[in-house]
Design a protein around this ligand. Structure first.
Ligand SMILES: [Zn+2]
Length: 234
């Protein structure tokens, strides 16, 4: 009889929710250990619970080899090829020279004098879906949050100032499209003060987006009107 050696555990496996070295032991639910591991990784995705993760994992092993292999190889390469855009913070694919410039920053038909500042890439994508924004973007990555101890020094203000001053793409108007929440409004006020002092016209998306709501979930018409109806600010 051949003794089977236990397979090596994967990096980060000690952080799995069931604790301890994960290995590929059979899960209590009866899934083979390796499949259970895939299900646990899928369960880390936003909005994916344990049951859905198991369904995905089962689908991947029953839908034909290509599905799992294609997904696996794409995911394995993703981190090597995707970076934040060096100009705006949107998601970009590295080019042959190792530069990351997103499709929006490369699009010469865009109005380079209009810069829309958003908190997250998801907000940028939501505004793009509305079709109302023909300028370019700047992704802050986070909002001021006095309650969570996030101060102005943790926002990329210097990068934003540099972007606004870029002699190749002088900015005339900054549209602040942070969400209409306490943190979003505090951030908008800070930006109005900082950029207003530089002589930049600062506008704010109009009402219509629900207070406390996420831009990501606002419908396209509402968001489109909020962009078109923006007001001077600061
Ligand atoms: Zn970009």
């Amino acid at each position: 009889m051949i003794a089977l050696r236990p397979p090596a555990s994967l990096p980060g496996s000690s952080k799995l929710p069931n604790g301890g070295p994960a290995g590929f032991r059979s899960a209590p639910g009866g899934l083979p250990g390796r499949l259970s591991r895939v299900a646990q990784l899928l369960a880390r995705l936003p909005g994916v619970g344990e049951k859905t993760a198991q369904r995905f994992a089962l689908f991947l092993v029953t839908a034909g080899e290509d599905t799992a292999r294609d997904l696996g190889s794409e995911l394995a390469e993703l981190c090597d090829h995707i970076r934040p855009c060096t100009r705006c913070g949107h998601i970009a694919e590295l080019d042959d020279d190792g530069r990351a410039l997103c499709a929006i920053c490369q699009d010469t038909r865009r109005d380079g004098a209009l810069l829309c500042v958003v908190a997250r890439v998801q907000d940028l994508l939501a505004i793009e879906r509305s079709g109302a924004m023909r300028g370019r973007y700047f992704v802050l990555g986070r909002l001021l949050s006095p309650l969570e101890g996030v101060g102005a020094e943790e926002l990329p203000l210097e990068a934003l100032r540099a972007r606004v001053r870029d002699p190749e793409q002088p900015v005339r108007e900054v549209l602040v499209a942070t969400p209409p929440s306490v943190d979003g409004e505090a951030t908008a006020l800070l930006l109005a003060r900082e950029l207003g002092a530089m002589g930049i016209q600062v506008t704010r998306i109009a009402s219509g987006v629900p207070h406390g709501g996420d831009l990501e979930f606002a419908d396209q018409v509402t968001l489109g009107r909020a962009i078109e109806g923006r007001k001077s600010f600061g």
